[in-house]
Ligand binder design. Structure first.
Ligand code: HEM
Length: 121
């Protein structure tokens, strides 16, 4: 069995570093920061790490239904979603993730779009 990205990129610690770097970028974005104004960021980063561990092929589960419920009231626009994806890609590139792995992670995340963007499905 080939090693999962989760194993290759440092397990929970590696993934949580990437998630922290990602939210630094998100909170620096004028378009995205307002969505997070009232959010407890430590709790969010905990949950988001769990989700990303799953995305990297590690042991965690987040259902699409959970994603839908969490984002339903946020009225997330296609532009905000696009900005978030661009920042995610930039974070992975900065973390020296292999380009083939970046492509897979971004594609897996893009498949969740209908559960995140308001009125997308
Ligand atoms: C594919 C893209 C995305 C994924 C996989 C994702 C995933 C998640 C996860 C796992 C959580 C934590 C859920 C929990 O507390 O159990 C969360 C919360 C949140 N997300 Fe996303 N998200 C995405 C895109 C976005 C976008 C584009 C925005 C805004 C522009 C956004 C705004 C938020 C906010 C504000 C919360 C906190 C909600 C709260 O605590 O009340 N997310 N997201």
């Amino acid at each position: 069995m080939p090693r999962s990205m989760f194993e290759r990129y440092g397990g929970f610690l590696g993934v949580s570093r990437i998630v922290s770097a990602f939210y630094d970028r998100v909170l620096d974005s004028d378009l995205l920061a307002p969505y997070f104004e009232t959010v407890d960021m430590r709790r969010l980063i905990d949950h988001q790490t769990k989700f990303m561990v799953q995305l990297f092929g590690g042991p965690a589960t987040y259902s699409n239904e959970q994603l839908r419920q969490v984002h339903a009231h946020l009225a997330i626009t296609p532009e905000a979603y696009g900005e978030m994806m661009a920042l995610f890609r930039a974070t992975l590139e900065e973390a020296a993730i292999d380009p083939a792995d970046v492509a897979q992670l971004v594609a897996d995340l893009a498949a969740r779009r209908p559960h995140i963007v308001a009125g997308a499905a």
